[in-house]
Design a binder for this molecule. Structure first.
Ligand code: PLP
Length: 397
């Protein structure tokens, strides 16, 4: 008889966004005239850059003509994107990445799940919480032991490694979702040294690197000495360039990453050539445009738009003396709920009194209880309106 993967039975219901949607639906049904201001979304709201759209159209036109038509794409990425564009992008930033250390992907979520094929089931995984929920869930599905490392406002949500929390796989997300915190060069160096010492491998999620504005914060873990023997970097164009619905990302696996005589780079080539037939030609054409000078200029304009939202919200939180992290190098603001309120109590208060929807911190791990996440991916109009209402509400509680 077939035996399903029983690990699925160990997954907790992904009730966070479902519960938010239910509560908002109920509120809207009871209060149809009230406008809901959504500061909970993790999706972008601005369209793709013009340069990207024009490259996507060129891609479509190429597919219409025999001489420029592309069938299956190279599994690890088209050379025009993989090598001349992304690997070169790293090198221009002073990070020494070889052409064949870059892998084009359909986005970070896909990679975060698939990359676990490279690890034994017996490997343990360390998740620094609060965390993007996919890290825990993907490892539960694979049946791995998960070691939870709580972070807190005291360590700025960027804890240092410690000998009580040793694991084979270590997740680091910087800039972080949900806390918006960033790991400094010094802290990352400690994690890299720790991983090399214990033979662990860091899965570095750099989905929000484009939001970093502080020059001292690394965009890539490969800016840190020693990272090429202990890290894999997973990147995405979703938030960088509005590709959430278009789907494109990239992953860097150094050739120096070897355990038990097995090269993770070679294993990933074997994995991709077995499990994929490459990312669509048209999408890769669009992705390459992101890295042109004009593309960079246009995506930075979009990021600046979201950062303006962050400034609006941070100004209000500062005025109300609410503690928070993020907002500067990240599109998320993570705040301490006022008056000791729990995450869901605060959610209900915001919805009932001012119709603002955010994300309760508890959904990102137990230590997120008592915290709340605002996203800056909405419109200026909604963010301004929400900020004004938040300020008025905080003055009364
Ligand atoms: N990693 C983090 C930390 C995220 O917040 C997200 C999306 O919200 C992803 C990965 C997934 O990105 P993608 O759209 O490339 O799948």
């Amino acid at each position: 008889m077939i035996k399903p993967n029983m690990n699925y039975a160990n997954l907790k219901d992904s009730y966070l966004f479902f519960r938010i949607a239910q509560k908002v639906k109920k509120y809207s049904e009871l209060n149809p005239d009230k406008k809901i201001l959504r500061l909970g979304i993790g999706d972008v709201s601005l369209p793709l850059a013009k340069t990207v759209i024009s490259a996507l159209k060129t891609g479509v036109n190429d597919q219409a003509e025999k001489f420029s038509f592309h069938g299956y794409m190279p599994e690890c990425g088209a050379p025009f994107l993989r090598t001349t564009t992304i690997a070169e992008f790293y090198r221009k930033r002073g990070v020494n990445v070889a052409d064949d250390e870059v892998f084009v992907s359909s986005g970070a979520s896909d990679e975060l799940g698939d990359i676990l094929d490279l690890f034994d089931k017996e490997n343990s995984a360390l998740v620094i919480e609060p965390a993007y929920p996919a890290y825990v869930d993907a490892n539960i599905i694979a049946g791995r032991k998960i070691i939870h490392l709580s972070s807190s406002i005291e360590n700025g949500f960027t804890p240092e490694p410690d000998e009580d929390h040793i694991a084979d796989i270590i997740y680091i997300c910087s800039p972080n979702n949900p806390t918006g915190a960033v790991f400094t060069r010094e802290k990352l160096k400690k994690w890299v040294d720790f991983a090399n010492k214990h033979g662990s491998i860091i899965l570095f999620d750099a989905a929000y690197e484009a939001f970093i504005e502080d020059e001292n914060i690394p965009h890539s873990i490969f800016e840190i000495d020693g990272a090429n023997t202990c890290a894999i970097e997973i990147c995405s164009l979703s938030k960088t360039a509005g590709f959430t619905g278009t789907r494109l990302g990239y992953t860097v696996i150094p050739k120096a990453l070897v355990r038990n005589g097995m090269s993770f780079n070679s294993m990933w080539v074997r994995n991709r050539t077995t499990k994929t037939n490459g990312v669509s030609y048209i999408i890769q054409k669009g992705g390459a445009a992101v890295f042109t000078d004009q593309g960079q200029k246009e995506i930075k304009e979009n990021i600046a738009y979201y950062k303006e939202n962050a400034k609006i919200l941070m100004r209000v939180l500062d005025e109300c003396k609410i503690k928070y992290t993020g907002g500067v190098n990240a599109p998320y603001i993570w705040l301490k709920c006022p008056n000791g309120l729990g995450s869901w109590d605060f959610f209900d208060l915001l919805l009932d009194k001012i119709q603002v929807v955010g994300t309760p911190g508890e959904g990102f791990g137990r230590c997120g209880e008592g915290f709340f996440r605002f996203s800056t991916f909405g419109s200026h109009e909604d963010t301004n309106e929400a900020a004004e209402k938040i300020k008025n509400l905080f003055e009364t509680i």
